[in-house]
Ligand binder design. Structure first.
Ligand code: ADP
Ligand code: MG
Length: 610
């Protein structure tokens, strides 16, 4: 008892001392600094928030200046509608926004900003100066804030629009400053932010200047789509890409996807927007990868700029403070729509007549400055959309499209010469030489035959029910309860996919039969991947993938090997089959199967007629 008394006394003594922490509300400024962590991780996030504000203000020109990788200075100047002088203090205050007013508004947010916390957060960790003028104000107004405290509030001269300057980022939170990566990384991130936003706002002009030793500058004129694609992606992308423009009654997918031969080691040139907002999304990523599966070289990544538009109520943008993620109402439909649209566009890669020039980029530069002739011997078209959206991006694409995109469907065959022409000879047992109406055709016969065989096998597999093989020894697998539930629920789907898998315990399943075309050793990982796909996307291509992998290796081994002598008859038969085959422009490892060079190009090589 004595002891308890003592403890209580000690407690009392402790309570009387001032160093015992007490619970009290945070000062507004401190709360802002904490919240700032969500939106203001780094200079690039400030650049993003400021540009989004300019876009929300209807700006048509946005000029960005950065110094010291954005730590010393980020300045964004726009010609938008400006801020009313008496609203400026509020604009720098947390949860003050002009963009929404009720929780209901959150369901259909059309503006890029809506949380009303970006400026307050930035202001709490830097020195911020905002100058702005509206069209009907006689003067501009200026507000300076240091770490969230207003130090200047006075009229100033400023054209209609707004300039926000952020200096000395994290000057009052040195710990945060330490976490920034090297200057080079920060500069690259800022560039990426500007590029990303600029692609979604083709009608807005952007300049970005880095005021550092290199004084780099990016200038994007309003409305010039091809110039922008060239600057932001690469000149080659404009030529090596297909326009996507597909609509259902409520979804619209538009933009550009790179041809399979235009691939990259990184995923850094993948731009996807949902209702104008740049996002990364697992479902979307999965759908796109699937669409390229058959035609992309393994381990390489496609390049794309895609815009998905759907009714605001079918997507939730209020998922994450930085707004990089969204949540779709109908994940499955979004997945299938994207996959279907791209798959059709990419499957159409096959030889066509009438189109000028080569199937694959060749390295030889044309001798003259004439328009580059290699604007695709691949004529690509996505399936006709039920409805072509009027105006907007589509119209701009049409206005600016390179010549080959505006071409009508392939020109009829001249003099009955088929697109890939007729065989002349075989080169070193590897290549078939042919001539068509335009000039020279060179075919890698192994790659071509492999693609043809593969497509045939795929069609056969699709036509008939998937043949199954029983496992000699049924395979027991440990899984999660959720996965076991899934196996129980999806028995029908699994059988359709050629799998007899049953739940055999709370956390156990057993595999009794597998598709005949799948090799035994991939089964455990296949089932795991399949279940995780089913859980996440509601569908899976894993079984099909494994089957296709098998088909591909059957095709590869069953195809004509190099060094086999073919007769002219056989060679011509190969060319005709290629013309009939989906994806014939590429073998199923993503390598090109043929190459064309027109007489004009050959003439240029030899300086003929100049
Ligand atoms: P949000 O964009 O989420 O509303 P912000 O903190 O980014 O929150 O901005 C607060 C408010 O300041 C905006 O709602 C807007 O009214 C005003 N504002 C900020 N930047 C600009 C700008 N460049 N032009 C016009 N108004 C702006
Ligand atoms: Mg904002």
């Amino acid at each position: 008892m004595q002891q308890t008394e003592d403890v209580t006394a000690a407690d009392k003594a402790a309570l009387a001392r001032t160093d015992v922490p007490r619970v009290k509300p945070l000062a507004q400024q401190v709360a802002d600094q904490i919240a700032a962590g969500e939106v203001v991780e780094r200079p690039a996030s400030i650049v993003k928030e400021l540009i989004e504000n300019s876009l929300d203000a209807g700006a048509t020109q946005i000029d960005i200046t950065v110094a010291g990788a954005g730590i010393d200075l980020v300045r964004v100047r726009d010609n938008g509608h400006g801020v009313v002088a008496s609203d400026m203090t509020l604009a720098l205050t947390r949860h003050a926004t002009s963009k929404i007013s009720t929780a209901q508004d959150l369901l259909g947010v059309a503006s890029l900003g809506f949380r009303g916390e970006a400026l307050a957060s930035v202001a709490s960790v830097a020195r911020v100066s905002m100058k702005s003028a509206t069209a009907d104000a006689a003067m501009g107004h200026q507000l300076d804030s240091h770490g969230g405290t207003i130090v200047t509030d006075s009229p100033c001269a400023h054209p209609v629009g707004t300039t926000v300057e952020v200096r000395d980022l994290f000057y009052n939170t040195p710990a945060r400053r330490k976490f920034l990566k090297t200057q080079r990384t920060e500069v690259a991130r800022i560039d990426q932010v500007v590029r990303r936003l600029s692609l979604a706002h083709m009608q807005v002009g952007f300049t970005l200047s880095h005021e550092d030793t290199r004084n780099r500058r990016l200038e994007l004129a309003p409305g010039r789509i091809n110039q922008r694609l060239k600057e932001v992606l690469s000149p080659a992308f404009v030529e090596d890409s297909v326009v996507i423009d597909e609509a259902t009654e409520d979804y619209l997918l538009s933009g550009w996807v790179g041809l399979p031969n235009h691939h990259r080691r990184q995923t850094d040139q993948q731009y996807f927007y949902v209702n104008g907002r740049a996002i990364t999304d697992k479902v979307v990523g999965h759908a796109i990868r699937q669409a390229y599966r058959d035609v992309m070289f393994h381990g390489r990544h496609p390049v794309f700029v895609l815009f998905l538009e759907l009714p605001a109520e079918m997507v939730d943008v209020n998922v994450h403070p930085t707004k990089h993620e969204v949540r779709f109402r109908d994940t499955r439909r979004v997945h299938d729509f994207i996959f279907g649209s791209l798959h059709r566009a990419l499957s159409d890669i096959r030889p066509q007549s009438g189109a000028p020039a080569a199937a694959v980029p060749y390295e030889t530069e044309p001798v003259t400055a004439a328009p580059h002739p290699r604007q695709s011997g691949l004529v690509l078209s996505s399936a006709p959309s039920q409805q072509t959206p009027a105006g907007g991006l589509t119209q701009m694409i049409a206005d600016e499209a390179p010549g080959w995109l505006q071409q009508e469907s392939p020109v009829a065959q001249e003099d009955g010469i088929p697109p890939l022409g007729f065989a002349i000879a075989q080169l070193k047992g590897v290549y078939v030489l042919a001539q068509n109406a335009q000039g020279l055709v060179l075919v890698d016969m192994h790659a071509a035959h492999e693609r043809i065989t593969y497509e045939k096998l795929k069609q056969q597999a699709a036509r008939s029910a998937i043949p199954r093989q029983p496992m000699l020894v049924p395979l027991a697998l440990d899984v999660t309860v959720a996965e076991a539930d899934l196996v129980e629920d999806l028995a029908g789907e699994l059988v359709a996919a050629g799998l007899d898998v049953r739940r055999t315990g709370r956390q156990a399943i057993t595999v009794y039969e597998i598709p005949a075309l799948i090799s035994l050793k991939v089964v455990p990982s296949l089932i795991k991947d399949l279940l995780s796909d089913l859980a996440e996307f509601g569908s899976s291509e894993e079984v099909a993938n494994a089957q296709f992998d098998m088909l591909a290796s059957v095709a590869c081994h069953g195809s004509v090997r190099a060094n086999r002598q073919l007769s002219v008859l056989e060679m011509n038969a190969l060319l005709r089959e290629m013309e009939q085959t989906e994806n014939a422009g590429l073998c199923n490892h993503g390598r090109p199967t043929y190459f064309m060079q027109s007489m004009d190009e050959l003439d240029k090589l030899f300086y003929r007629g100049q």
